[in-house]
Design a protein. Sequence first.
Length: 631
Amino acid sequence: MKSFCLAVLLAGFPAATFSQDALLQPLLSREILAPKQEMIEVQVYTQARVPAIPPIASAAEWEKYSANLRARILNEVVLRGKARAWNEMPAKVEWLDTIAGDGYKVKKLRFEAVPGLWVPALLYEPEKLHGKVAAVLNVNGHEGQGKAIPYIQARCINLAKRGVLALNPEWIGKGELDAPGYAHTRMQQLDLCGTSGVSVFYLSLKRSLDILLAHPNADPERLAVTGLSGGGWQTIFLSALDPRVRLANPVAGYSSFATRSLFPETDLGDSEQTPTDLAAVADYTHLTAMLAPRPALLTYNALDTCCFQAEHALGSLMREVTPIYRLFGAEDRLRSHVNFDPGHNYGQDNREAFHTMLRDFFAKDGSFPIPEIPVDSEIRTAGQLRVELPAGNEDLHTLALQLSRGLPHPGGTRAQLETIVRARRYPVKAVRTSSTLSNGVTAVYWRLSVGDEFFTVPAVELSKGEPQSTAILMADGGRVSASEEAARLLDEGKRVLAIDPLYFGEARIEKRDWLFAILIASLGDRLLGIQASQVAAVARWIRQERHDDAVQVVAIGPRTGLSSLIATALEPAIARVIVHKPMRSLKEILDKDLTADKNPELFCFGLLEWFDVDQLVALVAPRRVQFLPAQ
């Protein structure tokens, strides 16, 4: 790296000499954007990009389209990076203790989802098994008790008492796997390394199906999946991607991506529900339609206190999916059930609705009892259901650390970087909103509409005297937090353009910001690339507007520091970049165990696979990069 004509300075500038830096606070804090502007812009941006189901004329056409969509989701979303090799590895299953029950038994087991990450599970097996019987994969939601939660036990016991095999695997991040390293917001740590984080969830589900189908009494023609909330998401994700599932009953687990952006308080969904690039390929309307013509029961709660209320989640799914079932003459196989019990539940009413589906489509003689059998006395404690796991069980964080070894690969190019961050060359439409003069400092306020992407960058242009060059200034804490640096730059005779790129300062999304960030990534864009493209566009604009060939970018903090470094690597209009408090390596993200909910733009898919900070600095050469540590 020393061979490049470039200086990376680690010595700090002297303290700012501009004695009136307190004056800048009110100038920098004046609001520029309209109330809720960025929130509305991100909602319009995301809704406009959600794909629709195309017109389909026949069942044969849909089957061809659906098969292609399934392959694309697996290849372009799920099985990327090391996930493809994980998918092909032999399954490992270990059977442990058995608990006797009344007419059934509970068999404990564990299986390896991906190398070194074992998942505990319970198989509720009927005591008397003759020939082939129906089998149900029962998947869990976000409840901390995991497989020990009473309503899940009640469902599995009832199924076993009816002669049905019921497998209940633990969900990553819950129950016995409820530990920081399994938290779903660490999924994006794998994404950063170029391996799909959602693959861990998918492969756990796929191997669960493998285990059920390996049972000598399991009927492959009568295999169902069901679950609540996160279990509802698991149900639709697995059932759409794995044709071995013959009946699906997701419960209050998802809605269309377009619906989600309208209801950010409740519906945006967790990391695994919004995996990188999924929404660029398919919406959840597509996933639901991919069940056709298999029986499907879409269950939602009218009085849900968590998410996906029936009144806004169910209608659009039924409207979009019913025509696909109609192509097969199978409208009766697509059903919905609305529950009116209070809360986010898979209670008795919802369980009996599932029993009805099993009777109608799996009971060969039609004799499958619907009313639930009371089993309160048979509910066991978490300790009784505990499955011992191997020492040093891997988790999402440790898997990411393993993947990061040996990264980045050599030879990353500027074109690759542009592709990875999804950078764009945005035009700028500038609207001057106001100006003021205070103690010799002129402040001009701008709304910079960057591109046709709806996002507006608020900017404050500060100057005194006759500036010789321009510094674009931004900070992790927003432009208001950068008053001292602005004062120093003004004192050096520079014009200061203090901006808030998307997600910083005034341009921060008001509510559920990180969930919108992962939705942006799911739609095929990258928040980091949007930010870098905004900085680059502003640099081109100010260079042209002020006839300045020496525009520099100054960032305070690791987050804006990374986007400014990428912007400089991609944009020749930037003559120099200075980063205060930088990251010296992207591996700090993993070493510090950062998560997507606190630092959403840092987890750009595949960035560390090809680039670390040194490689980005090399792309800036021969222009100057300065890294200034915290004082």
